[in-house]
Write a protein that binds this ligand. Structure first.
Ligand SMILES: [Zn+2]
Length: 93
């Protein structure tokens, strides 16, 4: 098992607080992010969908708990979109 795979297994979110089960930091913690970045090299779309679903779940959990947080930056903002994946409105029509 690679270090990234190990991080993906060990550094999972604990709901509804969305803290790492392993290190206790806000999820995705540094180790989880490293694992997700490595996985995204092969499964980029799957990782982005996973993080978007986590964001949606966290939004629901936080709303119930009355927690206000910038969830986009926490769950997706650090990933980046990659300049070659941008969709231009000029190209769309
Ligand atoms: Zn962790």
């Amino acid at each position: 098992m690679t270090a990234a795979e190990k991080a993906a297994v060990e550094h999972l979110p604990c709901r509804p607080e969305w803290r790492c089960q392993s290190c206790g930091d806000e999820w995705p913690c540094l180790e989880a992010r490293i694992g997700l970045v490595v996985q995204s090299l092969t499964y980029r779309t799957a990782v982005l969908v996973y993080l978007a679903l986590c964001l949606a779940d966290a939004a629901a959990d936080f709303a119930e708990l009355g927690i206000v947080s910038d969830l986009y930056d926490r769950f997706l903002g650090w990933v980046g979109t990659g300049s070659n994946e941008r969709i231009s409105h000029d190209d769309a029509g």
